[in-house]
Design a protein around this ligand. Structure first.
Ligand SMILES: NC(=O)C1=CN([C@@H]2O[C@H](COP(=O)(O)OP(=O)(O)OC[C@H]3O[C@@H](n4cnc5c(N)ncnc54)[C@H](OP(=O)(O)O)[C@@H]3O)[C@@H](O)[C@H]2O)C=CC1
Ligand SMILES: Cc1cn([C@H]2C[C@H](O)[C@@H](COP(=O)(O)OP(=O)(O)O[C@H]3O[C@@H](C)C(=O)[C@@H](O)[C@H]3O)O2)c(=O)[nH]c1=O
Length: 309
């Protein structure tokens, strides 16, 4: 039966709906008439349980599954390796196999940490993955399981995600700047911060084109425009936040990553080249700085609201 794309919304099922990307994707998609959304948290839909995956897909029969789950605590991947594998690798395969049985395309998020960080000029989708730690390794294996199980997939690799939701670098550095006179940030790791709302925009734009018949399956990169370091990003966080309050931090000290003792190994330069996304989908990068200004404003608005109730 031919589908009427102009009147029939695309039914999307979002996993990990209360995580950073899941939350903002749900928020944006529910107000867009193009989509009909089922958004499930880990309590409602545990992707590490194959029977539950099957049951939820049979129940909702979406047009697309968007997997925004992940074990993302890079420093704890080694000590919680079972959970990390169960979520980032086996869970992705559970979804891919169940989606395959029902001919549902799977949209999955992966990471710049699949690369070892030696290419200063940036990584394209063609470059060889070579993860440095367990987090990156489990993300890479998850990608590979998906490629093997289900040709109708999108893997979108993103980097350095920030938002007003959950535990992330932006919120942590803001908290540190409120509590400490001197804070430090590493200046020898290069990458591109990306806001969760911007990623939601990109996912929705890709889905619209796929749903309208573009057969652009495969692996893509997306990140905010402008390469920086954690130091450069922290500087921008402090500048934006100081518009709203007098922070305790008087000094931001640049340090090298070797000065952080309990730190997992991370890529030195994990810049993602996003030309393929532009060429295949016409989607452009947005500067992370403008997104950051909006996120910081929202952070203060949310805090004001919480204080007033
Ligand atoms: N954050 C980043 O900087 C980057 C993230 N990514 C990738 O993007 C994706 C989304 O990241 P982000 O939004 O930051 O992640 P979050 O950690 O904010 O959200 C992940 C969500 O997955 C949920 N979850 C945990 N276990 C399960 C499970 N067994 N079944 C279903 N859901 C589960 C978590 O629930 P709970 O909170 O209850 O544990 C949480 O809501 C991940 O795949 C991540 O690897 C890629 C690059 C950078
Ligand atoms: C404690 C501390 C850390 N750092 C640096 C060291 C390290 O590079 C980084 C650690 O912060 P985070 O844990 O937020 O960053 P990290 O876990 O490296 O973030 C990664 O998460 C995963 C999920 C991804 O896929 C990546 O794209 C990336 O966003 O911060 C400082 O600059 N100053 C500090 O005081």
């Amino acid at each position: 039966m031919e589908q009427d794309f102009l009147t029939t919304p695309a039914r999307i099922l979002i996993t990990g709906a209360d995580g950073q990307i899941g939350y903002f994707l749900n928020q944006a998609a529910v107000t867009d008439p193009f989509f009909s959304v089922v958004a499930l948290t880990d309590h409602e839909f545990d992707i590490s349980d194959p029977e539950q995956v099957q049951r939820q897909l049979d129940l909702h029969m979406p047009d697309y599954v968007i997997n925004t789950t992940g074990f993302n605590t890079v420093d704890r991947a080694g000590t919680q390796s079972e959970r990390c594998v169960a979520l980032n690798t086996d869970g992705v395969e559970n979804l891919a196999l169940a989606c395959g049985d029902l001919s549902i395309p799977l949209f999955h998020l992966s990471s710049d940490y699949v690369f070892d960080g030696h290419y200063e000029s940036g990584y394209t989708e063609e470059d060889q993955a070579s993860p440095l730690g367990l987090y990156g390794e489990t993300k890479w294996q998850g990608e590979e399981r998906l490629r093997t199980a289900l040709p109708q997939h999108v893997i979108l690799r993103v980097s350095w995600v920030f938002s007003t939701v959950g535990d992330n670098y932006m919120r942590r550095s803001l908290q540190q700047a409120r509590e400490q006179k001197c804070i430090s940030a590493v200046d020898d790791r290069r990458g591109c911060p990306t806001s969760a709302t911007d990623i939601a925009r990109v996912i929705m734009a890709m889905l619209k084109q796929l749903h309208n018949g573009a057969e652009n399956w495969g692996t893509y990169h997306y990140c905010g425009a402008e390469v920086t370091s954690r130091y450069g990003f922290t500087e921008a966080v402090l500048a934006a936040a100081s518009q709203y309050e007098k922070l305790k931090a008087e000094e931001l000290k640049p340090i090298s990553s070797s000065e952080l003792c309990s730190d997992a190994e991370r890529p030195a330069s994990s810049v993602l080249v996003c030309t393929k996304l532009l060429n295949n989908f016409g989607i452009r990068q947005i500067p992370w700085r403008s997104e950051l200004v909006v996120m910081i404003r929202e952070q203060y608005q949310n805090e004001e609201f919480t204080e007033s109730v």
